[in-house]
Design a binder for this molecule. Sequence first.
Ligand code: ADP
Ligand code: MG
Length: 230
Amino acid sequence: MTLQLRNISLAYPDGADTRTILDHVDLDIVAGEAVAVAGQSGSGKSTLLAIAGLLLSPDDGTVVIAGKPATGLSTKASTSIRRNHIGIIYQASNLFPALTCREQLELVAHLDGRLDHTMRKRATQLLCQVGLEQRIDARPAQLSGGERQRVGIARALMNQPELLLADEPTASLDPERGAALMTMLLGQASAHATALLIVSHTLEQLPSNVRRLDLDNGRLSPSTSVLIGR
Ligand code: ADP
Ligand code: MG
């Protein structure tokens, strides 16, 4: 699935003034491609990702998902696109305190009446894949920040998303595990023709073949940072 952002602008009110966060941003990600956007804290990375994930409407511009304009839809329609096609790894893992790791992953299938043996098996497999086989029945309060982040990564992969949006996905992880999980996300994207957008203040853990962009002053441009080849 492809993601196209066309001429996206967004400003937030700032006292009597407004502050432009995204200024006519264009971005294309094709199926199976990974794009990484770097920018300082406050540069608008999470805002960009929320717009791509249909969680936030831009002031101007269009989000096109799989060739179809997806801006200005009803909440119901955008929720349906998100549930069926998009996986989001949130910056704060957004887990439900009362649910175990397994239940976090199974929740959407449960609500949709689709929770069967295959889905349960998939939840277990994904939790094992992110190294949480010992923590499957633990609740968020019993987990470290890094473990919560890994639950968030596994959960985003549950619906086999065609578009995967990752907000600082490895920020709470040690460098070695962070790099391993980045490799896993990139592997998932290329194996399942997923379009992958990663936003992060640092892109050090990414292999050098990932397309990199900088977000600065509301504009996206090809990255000028020196690559540390892996
Ligand atoms: P990043 O993820 O790059 O750190 P964000 O996209 O979270 O940046 O935020 C970009 C800027 O917009 C920040 O300065 C932030 O304070 C501001 N901002 C984010 N959400 C809101 C909001 N709902 N209202 C006003 N300002 C906001
Ligand atoms: Mg952010």
